[in-house]
Ligand binder design. Sequence first.
Ligand code: C5P
Length: 222
Amino acid sequence: KKELQVAIDGPASAGKSTVAKKIARRFAYIYCDTGAMYRTVTLKAMQTGVALDDAQALAKMLAKTDITFKPGDPEQLVFLDGQEVTMAIRQPDVTNNVSTVAAQGTVRADLTERQRVIADAGGIVMDGRDIGTSVLPHAEVKIFLVASVEERAQRRFKDNAEKGIHTPIDVLRDEIETRDHKDSTRAISPLTQAADAVRLDTTSLSIDEVVDKISVIIEQKR
Ligand code: C5P
C-alpha cells in the first residue's frame, strides 16, 4: 500500500481538523494542522508587540520561532518556543487577527517550507486553506470541505462552549464571514478550491459520514 498525501482545505469551521485527525488515525498517517501554525505565529506577534502586517518584522521573528506538535488526547498539543499554547491559539483575539498575519508573503513562505518538511516524513493528512493549491500541489487526494455559514457558526458555537468561550452566534457568523473574505481575497495563495479537488458539502453530514466518504477516496488511490 502506498503512503499518500491527503490535502483537506476549506473555509473556517467547516470541520477540517476534526475530520483530518480521524482520517490520520484511521490510516496511521501524520496529521498536520497548518491553521495552528498561523495561529501560533499570530499569538507570538501579539505577545511580543510585532505589528501584524509588518512582513519584514514577522520574518525576523519567525527566524527565531520554534513551532512543534506533540500527540495529545483529545487534541494534539501545540508548543511555541517550548511553551504549550494549545488553548491560547484558539482564543477569539487570535482567531480574529490571524488572517492579517496569514496574508503576509514572508510568513506564508516560511510556514509553507516547514509544512513541506513535515509532509516529507511519510503518509500525511494536512488541513488548511492552500494545501492542495500551494503547499502540496501533487497530493494524491485533495478535498475541499464546505458547509453553510449558518451550520459553521453553530458548530463553532458548540466548540466554543466546551472551551468556556461564550461569543454570541451572530457575532460568530460575522467573524467567520469576515475571515473567509480576507482569506479568499488575499494576493498570495488565497483560499480557493484546487482544480483537481473533490468538493464535499458537509452541511447535512455527520463527522463519521464525511470521514467515510474521504476514506473511500483514499482507499481507491493507495
Ligand atoms: O484552520 P484555522 O481556522 O485554524 O486557520 C486559521 C487561519 O490561518 C485562517 O483563517 C487563515 O487566515 C490561516 N491559514 C492560512 N493557510 C493555511 C491554514 C490557515 O492562511 N493553510
